[in-house]
Design a protein around this ligand. Structure first.
Ligand code: BTN
Length: 332
């Protein structure tokens, strides 16, 4: 959907303010061909997206956190030649959820990916909300089709976790772990999550892999979350590295997911298993499995062939299916 005039003007203002530390009101009006009233509408529009804009004595404007916008051409330019012209890519400014969009309106081209700067109804596992502040993180979903029966596909979410670890490692982010079933963690805090959803249509399984990765989000943008979280920025600071362009991160995640879906189509989970196990955060650690039928303590012992988590309890080994449980990892 094309942006409205109001939205286009807000985006133009955003780009201008993101390019410089401060821009005078006169320059904004002249450069963007706006009236003072249009400018105040655009400022309100940016504020409605959660962006903090300072008006300095009516003379100039400043954006607290400049936004490096996602652009289809940049994402494509970072893709390896094997995928560069073979994936449908769109970038939306504001959307309810990139995954919902693909599920509701299946694309003609597969694979196809939707990225968004902001989600108003970002969804996490177990009906939880995925906080999606504007321009701070990565929110993307990828559509793919499979011909296999659903019973052979229960390990896709785990394979997608491995793809994200590969993508981040290719950008120099070391030490990302997978926390069963498909969280991405860095040093005791969640840095990303994956939500795989599917439906069957005319015998084909349509699968949407949604990935959310915290990139630059600051503490003020997300206070009320029940879980410890971190960002790639925080992880990279510890490693004395700069945060790559969000377009490059998005492209690496997309390329690895597309590679992974293709590989999974032909070979299943086998080629991912070793990497999943070596990045497994809970392996041999005490966990508490929380489910509708109560909590259960035990020691995590990796995954079975269907991707269920094996937990050794006093009552013996149990196999926890994904979907209806949360997991608390006891400190080491
Ligand atoms: C989780 O850890 O609970 C999974 C989070 C998945 C979030 C991503 S953001 C892009 C895509 N769109 C959504 O609404 N959810 C996924």
């Amino acid at each position: 959907m094309d942006p409205s005039l109001e939205e286009s003007q807000a985006i133009a203002l955003l780009d201008l303010l993101s390019a410089r530390s401060m821009v005078s009101t006169t320059e904004i009006l002249n450069t963007l061909g706006m009236s003072a009233q249009m400018l105040s509408v655009a400022v309100r529009h940016l504020a409605s997206w959660g962006l903090q804009i300072r008006n300095l004595d009516e003379q100039a404007y400043r954006l607290d956190s400049p936004v490096q916008r996602l652009r289809v051409s940049r994402i494509r330019s970072y893709l390896p030649p094997t995928w560069r012209d073979k994936i449908g890519i769109s970038v939306m400014i504001v959307v309810d959820s990139t995954s919902t969009r693909l599920l509701c309106d299946w694309p003609d081209q597969v694979p196809s990916a939707i990225f968004a700067e902001c989600q108003t109804n970002g969804r996490g596992r177990g009906d939880r909300r995925w906080h999606s502040p504007f321009g701070a993180n990565l929110y993307l979903s990828v559509a793919w089709t499979f011909n296999q029966p659903s019973s052979e596909l229960s390990t896709i979410p785990l394979a997608m976790g491995v793809c994200c670890v590969r993508a981040l490692a290719s950008l120099g982010v070391e030490g990302i772990a997978v926390k069963w079933p498909n969280d991405l963690w860095f040093q005791g805090a969640k840095v990303g999550g994956i939500l795989v959803e599917c439906y069957r249509s005319n015998g084909v399984l349509c699968v949407v892999t949604g990935v959310g990765i915290n990139v630059n989000m600051n503490r003020g943008q997300l206070r009320s979350v029940e879980i410890l979280w971190t960002t790639l920025k925080e992880a990279l600071v510890i490693q004395n590295k700069a945060v790559p362009d969000r377009n490059a991160i998005g492209s690496a995640v997309l390329a690895n997911i597309a590679d992974g879906l293709k590989l999974f189509s032909g070979s299943g989970f086998g080629p991912f298993r070793d990497e999943w196990e070596s990045s497994d955060l809970t392996r041999d650690r005490e966990v508490c499995v929380i489910s509708g039928s109560g909590n259960m303590m035990g020691v995590a012992r990796g995954i079975d062939d269907k991707g269920a988590l094996r937990v050794e309890t006093v009552a013996g080994m149990i196999h926890v299916q994904s979907g209806d449980v949360s997991l608390l990892v006891a400190p080491k």
